[in-house]
Design a protein around this ligand. Structure first.
Ligand code: FE
Length: 299
């Protein structure tokens, strides 16, 4: 994985993260095998039952397969309202079309950040008939005041994602937020999302400061991490405990490992989800369904 930005972010310009009271692991979660769209097989890591615990995040799906039958159907036209979808493609190619006339190709190492806002109808279809497809889709909630904003999206190619390697053997891709003084590809106020993809050498240690008020989790997709006393094996999500005195997290790699570290400020609002609509009340959900049926979501 190379990047134009890796040359400009040298280790001597990095600002070390200071963590004196690291968060412990509260709970390990094993994802649930499911399928979505037109028969796409995936693992739902962050499920609906964890939405309040991991507020402002609503969902995390992991997909990874060499079998085209598991992904070829893709996600034909479907609506969204009330939140943002962040798709991170490690390997593979997916084409995106939406009702606002946007089109983009998401591929190896790239991210698509889409704000559904008041509504979008889109499709996400593989642009490959064989080979590996692997990546993640994360749903980030919008605050009540932002749920009906205009839809928006951005394709972020792999070489536009800031990346650096620490002296401790951690290579970090900063998708959102900031780490070691390096600003990520996306910044958002209100929820202040932090989204890091970490590639750790065996024994590497990675520190990340974060406010105690944030909800945070780590998803290990290769190898194994050690967080405090707890080993976090592959395909497990570790929910990090919220403690008033904590100021960050310290991760250590038990062998070569890769993981997502995700955190954000909770919205502390009522969450009502009906499939692809996430609003604050049942009445707003009925409105979304009615608007969709009336063809008003694609306006
Ligand atoms: Fe979608």
């Amino acid at each position: 994985m190379t990047s134009a930005t890796i040359d400009t972010v040298t280790t001597n310009t990095l600002q070390p993260e200071i963590v004196t009271q690291a968060r412990a692991v509260e709970q390990l979660v094993l994802g649930q095998a499911t399928s979505d769209g037109d028969g796409v097989k995936l693992t739902r890591v962050l499920t609906q039952g964890l939405q309040y615990r991991l507020d402002p995040y609503l969902m995390l799906d992991a997909f990874g397969t060499d079998d085209p039958q598991d992904y070829i159907g893709g996600f034909p036209d479907h609506p969204h309202r009330g939140f943002e979808t962040i798709t991170y493609m490690l390997t593979g190619r997916m084409r995106h079309h939406d009702s606002a006339g946007n089109e983009g190709l998401l591929q190896n190492g790239g991210v698509q950040w889409m704000t559904a806002g008041r509504g979008v109808i889109h499709s996400e279809l593989p642009e490959q008939e064989d080979g590996r497809m692997e990546g993640f889709q994360l749903w980030l909630n919008l605050s009540a005041k932002d749920k009906m904003i205009a839809p928006w999206y951005k394709d972020i190619q792999s070489d536009s994602i800031p990346q650096f390697t620490t002296p401790d053997g951690a290579t970090v891709r900063v998708i959102a937020g900031a780490s070691h003084g390096v600003k990520g590809a996306m910044q958002r106020d209100v929820t202040e999302p932090l989204y890091l993809d970490l590639h750790l050498e065996d024994g590497a240690v990675f520190l990340q400061a974060m406010a105690a008020s944030m909800n945070a989790f780590v998803y290990v997709y290769r190898g194994e991490l050690q967080i405090g006393e707890k080993a976090v094996p592959q395909q497990r999500m570790a929910i990090l405990r919220n403690e008033a005195h904590s100021d960050g997290v310290i991760l250590r790699a038990n062998g070569p490992s890769r993981a997502l570290l995700i955190a954000g400020q909770p919205l502390k609002e009522t969450i009502v989800q009906y499939g692809p609509f996430v609003m604050n009340s049942q009445a707003e959900i009925f409105q979304a369904i009615n608007d969709f049926r009336a063809g008003k979501l694609a306006a």
